[in-house]
Structure formats: structure tokens, C-alpha cells
Write a protein that binds this ligand. Structure first.
Ligand SMILES: Cc1cc2nc3c(=O)[nH]c(=O)nc-3n(C[C@H](O)[C@H](O)[C@H](O)COP(=O)(O)OP(=O)(O)OC[C@H]3O[C@@H](n4cnc5c(N)ncnc54)[C@H](O)[C@@H]3O)c2cc1C
Length: 373
């Protein structure tokens, strides 16, 4: 391609960090590259450690503008509110629209807003995403824990890896102030970490209970009013803060483009990572749905998509064939338990202890360091 092509990257997610850090490759093929990002990239791998006091906010975030500008690209600090595919224009909340020849979406996900009556509008309800919420929650709690009043009553909703890590790190934050936590973890599943081996679930349940977390399993929250959570078994919980970790779903924007999508999973993509209906629109990470090989909403999948996305954007500009992305079948996840220990899960294997957390810390530091943190 001889004329300048406008490549617009929307959202500074995991894969776009990689593309931004290698934007020169696109520019060398005649592209003008613009990243649209409303603010910092917050790294979820270190987010619960940040909540528990292991990390400061500055250690958990990156400036995507510096990354792309160092490569000769541009960053617009704004949020995309609509995309006009016919005119090939991206509409921004506060800036003039951007024209694109090639568009890539890495918008992430949001906590499932499934209606729990009264929750969405209430104060002191903290969805686990965006990750910046967890930093604000920590600041809020630190003010309370440093005072004389009893520690606030907290509920974490969700018994998956995120809910478990959040509860464990909330305990850790209390321990830093020598305070007794009042934390209840509510999960609709009969056991925590329902896709992990049963022995791992039993171990983490004992461990959390021993550290003072009350578990309410196999119950669902049906309502929230005046600081009271109503559960479907009739129980009522008095809580001052509710932390939501009840699963991630695609952002609303993915359903507004007139392209094939699933309202929860996200924009349908081909193995080459673009929409089957519009080969100028790529999508990766949590906002995308590879129907033939669905992958979970985890950052590690975006990390593996990143080099394929970069290669395919370059190939598209050069009119060359695109290559396929194949999600890994197994992946390692290590939960930070906030007490110097980790719980590692790999396929049907699990192990726990200080070494597991050391490994997690090393992987997380390596991820951030490659982008200059
Ligand atoms: C507490 C917590 C802990 C987690 N821990 C792990 C973990 O240890 N390992 C793991 O693999 N996964 C983890 N996850 C899951 C992980 O957060 C997501 O899977 C991952 O962030 C998805 O990455 P992404 O690249 O798709 O998007 P993200 O990294 O979420 O980035 C999306 C970006 O898009 C931007 N954006 C959104 N909408 C717009 C718009 N309209 N215009 C412009 N920009 C926009 C956002 O500001 C954001 O910066 C965790 C999740 C949570 C909530």
C-alpha cells in the first residue's frame, strides 16, 4: 500500500500494549497509528496484590501514550462512544472523530451487570473492573481501618479466582492495620473455584475460613437495599461495602456495531482475529469471541494473541495473507492469597505455598518490565 493508511487501536489492553510497543513496524508499512485510550493500562495480574497493600497504584499501571509515542505513533486520551462502519469513523466522547482504514478493538470486559435488584445504583458497590476501582476501594478502606471505629462489614460476591483473591487480599489489608475483618464471600456455586480440583477448593475454603472469612456458598444475592444484601435462601446480610466479582462479560459497544457478536462473549472473530463481516475490524482479548475455540476472559489469552495481531495488521497493510491464532488449551494461573502464599492451578494440577507466589511475582514483574515499568 503506498498511501498512508490510518490504523486506529481502541483500548490499551494487553495485546494493544504489544502493538503500541512495536508500532514502528506498522509505520514502516506506511501507516499512521493512533491509540485511543481514556487513561492508564491497569494490570489485573497485580490488582489484588495492590488491594491487599503489596503494591502501590504506580506499580500496577502503565502509561500507554509514552509507549506508542516513543514508536512514532499518537495517543488520543479519550473514549470511543460509537463506530460508523460505513463512513469508517470512530466517534469519541470529547474529541473530533477519527477516520480509519484499519481498526482494532481491545476494549476488555466489565463485571456482569446481571440484575441484582438495587445493586447497580447503590453507593459503596465496587465492581472488580475497571481495576482502578480496587485502588479507590483500598484508599477508602485504609481511611476507615486507620480510625477507631469497628472495621467495615464487607461482602465479596463471586467464588471464582477473582472473588477468592479479593477476599484473601481484603483480609491482608486488615492485617496491616491489626484489625479483625468482617468479610463474607457469597457464591452461587457449591464450592469455591468450581473449575479447580476438588481438593484445591476444599483447601482454599478452609484457609479463608481460618483467616476469618465467612463463606456463604450455593446461595445467590437477589437484592440490595439500605446496606442490606438479600440472599435467595432468605438470609439478610448487613454490609457497608459490596465487591462484585461475579464474572466478566463483553462491553456494550461490541453489540452496537451491527457485526456478528454474542451479547456476553463479545464480537465474533475469525482465527485471523477480525470480524467475519468486516475484515477491516480486528478484535482481541476479553471483548472478542472466537466461536470455534472460545477462550476464557483472562489477560494471558490477550498476551498470546498480541504477536498474531501485530503480524496480521502488518500483513493486511502489505496485502499479504493473515495467519491464524490458536488459543492455548492449558494455562497457568496463580492466585495471590495475600499472606505471602500463592495457589497455582495448571490443568488438573494444583499446588500452594510461598514458591507459587514467588513465581507469580516474577511473571508479573517481567510482564510490566517489558513495557518500561
Ligand atoms: C481483580 C481481577 C484480577 C484478575 N487477575 C487476572 C490474572 O491474574 N491473570 C489473568 O490472565 N487475568 C486476570 N484477570 C482477568 C483480566 O483482567 C482480563 O481478562 C484482562 O484484563 C482482559 O484484557 P484485555 O486485554 O482484553 O483488556 P484490558 O486489559 O481490560 O484493557 C481494556 C482497555 O480498554 C479500554 N477501553 C474500554 N472501553 C473503551 C472505549 N470505549 N474507548 C477506549 N478505550 C476503552 C479500557 O480503559 C482498558 O484500558 C483478572 C480480573 C480481575 C477483575
Amino acid at each position: 500500500m503506498t498511501e498512508t493508511a490510518n490504523v486506529v487501536l481502541v483500548g490499551a489492553g494487553h495485546a494493544h500494549l504489544h502493538v503500541a510497543a512495536h508500532a514502528r513496524r506498522l509505520i514502516a508499512r506506511g501507516a499512521h497509528v493512533t491509540l485511543v485510550s481514556p487513561g492508564s493500562f491497569w494490570y489485573s495480574g497485580m490488582a489484588t496484590g495492590m488491594l491487599g497493600g503489596d503494591y502501590q497504584a504506580g506499580q500496577d499501571r502503565l502509561d500507554p501514550a509514552a509507549l506508542i509515542e516513543a514508536q512514532g505513533g499518537e495517543c488520543v486520551a479519550d473514549r470511543v462512544i460509537a463506530i460508523d462502519r460505513h463512513q469508517r469513523l470512530v466517534q469519541l466522547a470529547d474529541s473530533p472523530p477519527l477516520a480509519y482504514d484499519l481498526l482494532s478493538l481491545n476494549l476488555g470486559s466489565r463485571v456482569d451487570p446481571s440484575p441484582i435488584f438495587g445493586l447497580s445504583s447503590a453507593d459503596n458497590v465496587w465492581p472488580a473492573k475497571p481495576i482502578s476501582n480496587l485502588w479507590r476501594l483500598r484508599q477508602h478502606l485504609e481511611t476507615a481501618l486507620a480510625g477507631d471505629a469497628e472495621a467495615p462489614r464487607l461482602a465479596v460476591i463471586g467464588g471464582g479466582p477473582t472473588g477468592v483473591e479479593l477476599a484473601a487480599n481484603l483480609v491482608a489489608l486488615h492485617a496491616r492495620y491489626g484489625r479483625t475483618p468482617h468479610i463474607t464471600l457469597v457464591s452461587a456455586s457449591e464450592r469455591l473455584l468450581s473449575s479447580a480440583p476438588r481438593a484445591a477448593s476444599a483447601w482454599i475454603e478452609r484457609r479463608l475460613e481460618r483467616r476469618g472469612v465467612r463463606l456463604e456458598l450455593a446461595v445467590s444475592v437477589v437484592g440490595h437495599q439500605d446496606g442490606e444484601l438479600r440472599l435467595d435462601d432468605g438470609m439478610r446480610l448487613n454490609v457497608e461495602h459490596v465487591v462484585l466479582a461475579n464474572g466478566l462479560v463483553a462491553p456494550e459497544l461490541t453489540g452496537e456495531l451491527g457485526l456478528s457478536c454474542d451479547s456476553r462473549q463479545g464480537l465474533t472473530i475469525t482465527p485471523a482475529l477480525h470480524s467475519p463481516d468486516d475484515s477491516r475490524i480486528f478484535a482481541v482479548g476479553d471483548c472478542a469471541w472466537l466461536r470455534q475455540a472460545p477462550y476464557p476472559k483472562l489477560g494471558v489469552f490477550g498476551v498470546r494473541q498480541a504477536p498474531v495481531l501485530l503480524d496480521n495488521l502488518c500483513a493486511w497493510l502489505a496485502g499479504e495473507p493473515l495467519r491464524d491464532y490458536r488459543p492455548q488449551r492449558r494455562y497457568l494461573s496463580v492466585l495471590n492469597l495475600g499472606d505471602g502464599r500463592g495457589l497455582a492451578l495448571w490443568d488438573r494440577w494444583w499446588w500452594k505455598g510461598r514458591l507459587a507466589l514467588k513465581l507469580k511475582r516474577r511473571l508479573d514483574r517481567r510482564f510490566m518490565a517489558q513495557y518500561g515499568a
